[in-house]
Design a protein around this ligand. Sequence first.
Ligand SMILES: [Zn+2]
Ligand SMILES: [Zn+2]
Length: 330
Amino acid sequence: MALREQEPPAPGPNEVLVHVAFAGICGSELGAFLGHNALRVPPLVMGHEFAGTVAALGAGASERNPALGVGLPVTVNPLSSCGACAYCLRGDGHLCAGRRLVGAHRPGAYAEYVSVSAETVVPLPAGLTPREGAMAEPVAVAVRLGVLAGPVAGEPVFIAGAGPIGLLALQVLRRLGAGPIFVSDLEPARLAMAEELGGRPIDAGRGDAVRAVREATGGLGAAASVDAVGAAPTRAACVGATRSAGTIVLSGLHEEVGPIPAADVIRRELVLRGSFAYSPADFRAAVVLLAERAVRLDPWVVEADLAEGGPWFERLVSAPGGVAKVLLVP
Ligand SMILES: [Zn+2]
Ligand SMILES: [Zn+2]
Protein backbone atom coordinates (compact mmCIF):
# COMPACT_ATOMS: atom_id res chain seq x y z
CA MET A 1 0.00 0.00 0.00
CA ALA A 2 1.74 3.12 -1.23
CA LEU A 3 0.73 6.76 -0.73
CA ARG A 4 1.14 8.79 -3.92
CA GLU A 5 0.50 12.34 -5.08
CA GLN A 6 -1.88 12.40 -8.03
CA GLU A 7 -3.90 15.03 -9.83
CA PRO A 8 -7.52 15.07 -8.58
CA PRO A 9 -9.82 13.29 -11.06
CA ALA A 10 -11.86 15.58 -13.31
CA PRO A 11 -15.60 14.77 -13.17
CA GLY A 12 -16.69 13.52 -16.60
CA PRO A 13 -20.17 14.00 -18.10
CA ASN A 14 -22.90 13.00 -15.59
CA GLU A 15 -20.27 12.62 -12.87
CA VAL A 16 -19.79 14.29 -9.52
CA LEU A 17 -16.49 15.03 -7.79
CA VAL A 18 -16.74 14.20 -4.08
CA HIS A 19 -14.32 15.58 -1.48
CA VAL A 20 -13.85 12.51 0.73
CA ALA A 21 -14.24 13.01 4.50
CA PHE A 22 -14.12 9.35 5.64
CA ALA A 23 -13.47 6.11 3.78
CA GLY A 24 -13.86 2.76 5.55
CA ILE A 25 -11.65 -0.30 5.13
CA CYS A 26 -13.70 -3.32 3.96
CA GLY A 27 -12.96 -7.04 4.32
CA SER A 28 -13.05 -7.40 0.52
CA GLU A 29 -10.20 -4.88 0.34
CA LEU A 30 -8.20 -6.83 2.92
CA GLY A 31 -8.69 -9.83 0.60
CA ALA A 32 -7.42 -7.73 -2.32
CA PHE A 33 -4.43 -6.61 -0.25
CA LEU A 34 -3.59 -10.31 0.23
CA GLY A 35 -4.00 -10.94 -3.51
CA HIS A 36 -7.16 -13.03 -3.12
CA ASN A 37 -9.51 -10.81 -5.11
CA ALA A 38 -9.65 -11.10 -8.89
CA LEU A 39 -11.67 -7.87 -9.15
CA ARG A 40 -9.04 -5.63 -7.62
CA VAL A 41 -5.71 -5.55 -9.43
CA PRO A 42 -2.95 -3.04 -8.63
CA PRO A 43 -2.20 -0.26 -9.39
CA LEU A 44 -5.57 0.77 -8.00
CA VAL A 45 -7.01 3.36 -5.62
CA MET A 46 -9.35 1.24 -3.48
CA GLY A 47 -12.09 2.56 -1.15
CA HIS A 48 -15.84 2.11 -1.67
CA GLU A 49 -17.35 2.91 1.76
CA PHE A 50 -17.26 6.68 1.99
CA ALA A 51 -18.92 10.00 2.54
CA GLY A 52 -17.92 13.60 2.05
CA THR A 53 -19.11 16.72 0.30
CA VAL A 54 -19.81 17.57 -3.34
CA ALA A 55 -16.78 19.43 -4.72
CA ALA A 56 -17.79 19.86 -8.38
CA LEU A 57 -20.46 18.76 -10.83
CA GLY A 58 -19.62 17.44 -14.30
CA ALA A 59 -21.68 18.38 -17.38
CA GLY A 60 -25.26 17.14 -17.06
CA ALA A 61 -24.81 15.88 -13.46
CA SER A 62 -27.40 18.20 -11.93
CA GLU A 63 -29.98 17.11 -14.53
CA ARG A 64 -29.32 13.47 -13.54
CA ASN A 65 -29.54 14.23 -9.82
CA PRO A 66 -31.21 17.62 -9.18
CA ALA A 67 -30.71 17.38 -5.39
CA LEU A 68 -26.96 17.94 -5.75
CA GLY A 69 -25.06 21.16 -5.20
CA VAL A 70 -21.47 22.07 -4.34
CA GLY A 71 -20.83 21.68 -0.59
CA LEU A 72 -23.69 19.23 0.00
CA PRO A 73 -22.81 16.39 2.42
CA VAL A 74 -23.30 13.07 0.64
CA THR A 75 -22.60 9.38 0.68
CA VAL A 76 -22.28 7.32 -2.49
CA ASN A 77 -23.61 3.95 -3.58
CA PRO A 78 -20.35 2.66 -5.07
CA LEU A 79 -22.16 0.22 -7.39
CA SER A 80 -23.37 1.74 -10.64
CA SER A 81 -25.27 -0.14 -13.32
CA CYS A 82 -26.51 0.29 -16.90
CA GLY A 83 -30.01 1.42 -15.88
CA ALA A 84 -31.62 -0.25 -18.91
CA CYS A 85 -31.42 -4.05 -18.56
CA ALA A 86 -34.14 -6.26 -17.01
CA TYR A 87 -32.33 -6.41 -13.65
CA CYS A 88 -31.87 -2.64 -13.49
CA LEU A 89 -35.50 -2.01 -14.48
CA ARG A 90 -36.79 -4.25 -11.69
CA GLY A 91 -34.60 -2.54 -9.08
CA ASP A 92 -31.80 -5.11 -8.95
CA GLY A 93 -29.01 -2.96 -10.36
CA HIS A 94 -26.51 -4.94 -8.28
CA LEU A 95 -27.16 -7.94 -10.55
CA CYS A 96 -26.62 -5.94 -13.77
CA ALA A 97 -24.02 -7.49 -16.07
CA GLY A 98 -22.65 -3.97 -16.63
CA ARG A 99 -22.27 -3.12 -12.94
CA ARG A 100 -19.17 -1.21 -11.93
CA LEU A 101 -17.75 -0.71 -8.46
CA VAL A 102 -15.92 2.42 -7.32
CA GLY A 103 -12.55 1.32 -5.93
CA ALA A 104 -12.41 -1.76 -8.17
CA HIS A 105 -13.43 -0.90 -11.75
CA ARG A 106 -12.60 2.79 -11.30
CA PRO A 107 -10.47 4.77 -8.82
CA GLY A 108 -11.87 4.74 -5.30
CA ALA A 109 -12.12 6.85 -2.17
CA TYR A 110 -8.75 6.30 -0.48
CA ALA A 111 -7.99 9.76 -1.80
CA GLU A 112 -8.93 13.38 -1.18
CA TYR A 113 -11.19 13.37 -4.23
CA VAL A 114 -13.16 10.69 -6.06
CA SER A 115 -15.33 11.02 -9.15
CA VAL A 116 -18.59 9.03 -9.27
CA SER A 117 -21.80 8.72 -11.32
CA ALA A 118 -24.31 11.43 -10.40
CA GLU A 119 -27.22 9.02 -9.88
CA THR A 120 -25.28 7.05 -7.24
CA VAL A 121 -24.82 10.09 -4.98
CA VAL A 122 -27.16 10.13 -1.95
CA PRO A 123 -27.50 13.37 0.09
CA LEU A 124 -27.10 12.77 3.84
CA PRO A 125 -30.34 13.42 5.78
CA ALA A 126 -30.23 16.29 8.27
CA GLY A 127 -28.34 15.27 11.40
CA LEU A 128 -26.38 12.45 9.76
CA THR A 129 -22.65 13.25 9.74
CA PRO A 130 -20.24 12.17 6.99
CA ARG A 131 -18.55 9.95 9.60
CA GLU A 132 -21.83 8.06 10.03
CA GLY A 133 -22.67 8.31 6.33
CA ALA A 134 -19.45 6.48 5.46
CA MET A 135 -21.06 3.42 7.09
CA ALA A 136 -23.97 3.31 4.62
CA GLU A 137 -22.29 0.76 2.34
CA PRO A 138 -21.66 -2.00 4.91
CA VAL A 139 -25.06 -1.29 6.50
CA ALA A 140 -26.63 -1.78 3.04
CA VAL A 141 -24.93 -5.21 2.81
CA ALA A 142 -26.64 -6.12 6.10
CA VAL A 143 -29.99 -4.77 4.90
CA ARG A 144 -29.72 -7.12 1.89
CA LEU A 145 -28.97 -10.07 4.20
CA GLY A 146 -32.13 -9.21 6.15
CA VAL A 147 -34.18 -9.10 2.94
CA LEU A 148 -32.91 -12.53 1.82
CA ALA A 149 -33.06 -14.32 5.19
CA GLY A 150 -36.84 -14.72 4.87
CA PRO A 151 -39.37 -14.21 7.67
CA VAL A 152 -37.39 -14.14 10.92
CA ALA A 153 -39.74 -12.43 13.41
CA GLY A 154 -39.77 -14.44 16.63
CA GLU A 155 -37.34 -16.98 15.15
CA PRO A 156 -33.86 -18.06 16.22
CA VAL A 157 -31.10 -17.01 13.80
CA PHE A 158 -27.42 -17.97 13.57
CA ILE A 159 -24.68 -15.68 12.26
CA ALA A 160 -21.19 -17.04 11.57
CA GLY A 161 -18.65 -14.23 12.04
CA ALA A 162 -18.69 -11.11 14.22
CA GLY A 163 -16.80 -8.85 11.81
CA PRO A 164 -18.46 -5.62 10.68
CA ILE A 165 -20.96 -7.40 8.40
CA GLY A 166 -21.88 -9.98 11.06
CA LEU A 167 -22.34 -7.24 13.67
CA LEU A 168 -24.47 -5.11 11.33
CA ALA A 169 -26.53 -8.14 10.21
CA LEU A 170 -27.16 -8.88 13.90
CA GLN A 171 -28.67 -5.41 14.37
CA VAL A 172 -30.74 -5.52 11.17
CA LEU A 173 -32.11 -8.99 11.99
CA ARG A 174 -32.93 -7.91 15.54
CA ARG A 175 -34.86 -4.98 14.16
CA LEU A 176 -36.78 -7.44 11.96
CA GLY A 177 -37.81 -9.21 15.18
CA ALA A 178 -35.46 -12.20 15.09
CA GLY A 179 -34.36 -13.69 18.39
CA PRO A 180 -32.42 -15.20 19.92
CA ILE A 181 -29.56 -14.42 17.51
CA PHE A 182 -26.47 -16.59 17.98
CA VAL A 183 -23.15 -15.17 16.73
CA SER A 184 -20.01 -17.28 16.45
CA ASP A 185 -16.44 -16.05 16.11
CA LEU A 186 -12.92 -17.00 17.17
CA GLU A 187 -11.95 -13.56 18.49
CA PRO A 188 -13.07 -12.82 22.09
CA ALA A 189 -13.11 -9.03 21.49
CA ARG A 190 -15.51 -9.47 18.56
CA LEU A 191 -17.73 -11.82 20.59
CA ALA A 192 -17.95 -9.15 23.29
CA MET A 193 -19.17 -6.66 20.65
CA ALA A 194 -21.84 -9.12 19.47
CA GLU A 195 -23.01 -9.61 23.04
CA GLU A 196 -23.22 -5.87 23.68
CA LEU A 197 -25.33 -5.52 20.52
CA GLY A 198 -27.82 -8.11 21.79
CA GLY A 199 -26.45 -11.31 20.26
CA ARG A 200 -25.70 -14.59 22.04
CA PRO A 201 -21.96 -15.15 21.58
CA ILE A 202 -20.57 -18.58 20.72
CA ASP A 203 -16.80 -19.03 20.94
CA ALA A 204 -16.23 -21.27 17.91
CA GLY A 205 -12.66 -21.91 19.04
CA ARG A 206 -13.74 -23.52 22.28
CA GLY A 207 -16.77 -25.54 21.31
CA ASP A 208 -19.08 -26.73 18.59
CA ALA A 209 -21.22 -23.81 17.33
CA VAL A 210 -23.74 -26.18 15.73
CA ARG A 211 -24.30 -28.06 18.97
CA ALA A 212 -24.63 -24.79 20.91
CA VAL A 213 -27.36 -23.51 18.54
CA ARG A 214 -29.16 -26.87 18.52
CA GLU A 215 -29.12 -27.16 22.30
CA ALA A 216 -30.47 -23.65 22.74
CA THR A 217 -33.32 -24.25 20.27
CA GLY A 218 -34.66 -27.53 21.65
CA GLY A 219 -32.73 -29.52 19.05
CA LEU A 220 -34.47 -27.79 16.14
CA GLY A 221 -31.85 -25.31 14.90
CA ALA A 222 -32.07 -21.77 13.56
CA ALA A 223 -34.77 -20.68 11.09
CA ALA A 224 -32.09 -18.85 9.11
CA SER A 225 -28.31 -18.63 9.14
CA VAL A 226 -25.98 -15.99 7.73
CA ASP A 227 -22.39 -16.80 6.79
CA ALA A 228 -20.48 -13.54 7.20
CA VAL A 229 -17.10 -15.26 6.83
CA GLY A 230 -17.19 -17.58 3.84
CA ALA A 231 -14.77 -20.36 4.78
CA ALA A 232 -15.44 -24.11 4.68
CA PRO A 233 -15.93 -24.40 8.49
CA THR A 234 -18.41 -21.47 8.65
CA ARG A 235 -20.36 -22.70 5.61
CA ALA A 236 -20.60 -26.14 7.25
CA ALA A 237 -21.62 -24.57 10.58
CA CYS A 238 -24.42 -22.63 8.87
CA VAL A 239 -25.72 -25.82 7.23
CA GLY A 240 -25.53 -27.73 10.52
CA ALA A 241 -27.14 -24.99 12.63
CA THR A 242 -30.11 -24.41 10.31
CA ARG A 243 -33.31 -26.37 10.81
CA SER A 244 -34.86 -28.42 8.01
CA ALA A 245 -36.38 -26.23 5.25
CA GLY A 246 -34.60 -23.23 6.75
CA THR A 247 -32.58 -20.65 4.81
CA ILE A 248 -28.81 -20.15 4.69
CA VAL A 249 -27.61 -16.84 3.29
CA LEU A 250 -24.03 -16.95 2.02
CA SER A 251 -22.30 -13.58 2.11
CA GLY A 252 -18.65 -13.90 3.14
CA LEU A 253 -16.14 -14.77 0.43
CA HIS A 254 -13.07 -15.73 2.38
CA GLU A 255 -12.72 -18.69 0.00
CA GLU A 256 -14.19 -18.40 -3.50
CA VAL A 257 -14.46 -22.18 -3.91
CA GLY A 258 -14.88 -24.71 -1.14
CA PRO A 259 -16.75 -27.76 0.08
CA ILE A 260 -20.31 -27.58 1.42
CA PRO A 261 -22.21 -30.48 3.09
CA ALA A 262 -24.50 -31.11 0.12
CA ALA A 263 -26.17 -34.25 1.49
CA ASP A 264 -27.44 -32.29 4.48
CA VAL A 265 -28.74 -29.52 2.19
CA ILE A 266 -30.57 -32.13 0.11
CA ARG A 267 -31.94 -34.40 2.83
CA ARG A 268 -33.19 -31.53 4.97
CA GLU A 269 -34.45 -29.37 2.07
CA LEU A 270 -32.32 -26.40 3.10
CA VAL A 271 -32.43 -23.24 1.01
CA LEU A 272 -28.99 -21.91 0.06
CA ARG A 273 -28.96 -18.31 -1.14
CA GLY A 274 -26.16 -16.03 -2.19
CA SER A 275 -26.31 -12.39 -1.14
CA PHE A 276 -24.29 -9.86 -3.11
CA ALA A 277 -23.96 -6.24 -2.08
CA TYR A 278 -27.34 -4.43 -2.11
CA SER A 279 -29.95 -3.09 -4.46
CA PRO A 280 -30.31 0.70 -4.84
CA ALA A 281 -33.36 0.48 -2.51
CA ASP A 282 -31.32 -1.42 0.12
CA PHE A 283 -28.71 1.35 -0.01
CA ARG A 284 -31.33 4.05 0.60
CA ALA A 285 -32.80 1.94 3.44
CA ALA A 286 -29.34 1.79 5.01
CA VAL A 287 -29.07 5.59 5.02
CA VAL A 288 -32.48 5.76 6.77
CA LEU A 289 -31.39 3.18 9.38
CA LEU A 290 -28.27 5.24 10.11
CA ALA A 291 -30.30 8.45 10.37
CA GLU A 292 -32.63 6.70 12.83
CA ARG A 293 -29.57 5.60 14.84
CA ALA A 294 -30.85 2.02 14.52
CA VAL A 295 -27.43 0.52 13.75
CA ARG A 296 -23.93 1.31 14.98
CA LEU A 297 -20.37 0.04 15.10
CA ASP A 298 -19.33 2.65 17.64
CA PRO A 299 -17.52 2.57 20.03
CA TRP A 300 -15.37 0.16 17.99
CA VAL A 301 -14.71 2.57 15.10
CA VAL A 302 -11.19 3.98 14.71
CA GLU A 303 -10.31 7.07 12.66
CA ALA A 304 -6.87 7.09 11.05
CA ASP A 305 -5.02 9.39 8.70
CA LEU A 306 -4.95 8.11 5.11
CA ALA A 307 -1.15 7.90 5.41
CA GLU A 308 -1.64 5.27 8.14
CA GLY A 309 -3.81 3.15 5.83
CA GLY A 310 -1.01 0.72 4.98
CA PRO A 311 -0.17 -0.19 8.60
CA TRP A 312 -3.91 -0.51 9.36
CA PHE A 313 -4.36 -2.99 6.51
CA GLU A 314 -1.56 -5.08 8.03
CA ARG A 315 -3.04 -4.89 11.51
CA LEU A 316 -6.58 -5.74 10.37
CA VAL A 317 -5.28 -8.78 8.46
CA SER A 318 -3.32 -10.15 11.41
CA ALA A 319 -4.96 -9.05 14.69
CA PRO A 320 -7.90 -6.62 14.53
CA GLY A 321 -8.50 -6.90 18.30
CA GLY A 322 -11.30 -4.65 19.51
CA VAL A 323 -11.63 -2.70 16.26
CA ALA A 324 -14.77 -3.22 14.14
CA LYS A 325 -14.16 -0.57 11.48
CA VAL A 326 -11.32 1.70 10.46
CA LEU A 327 -12.25 4.98 8.77
CA LEU A 328 -9.43 6.57 6.80
CA VAL A 329 -9.36 10.37 6.77
CA PRO A 330 -7.68 11.79 3.64
ZN1 LIG B 1 -17.44 -3.22 1.42
ZN1 LIG C 1 -28.37 -3.11 -16.04
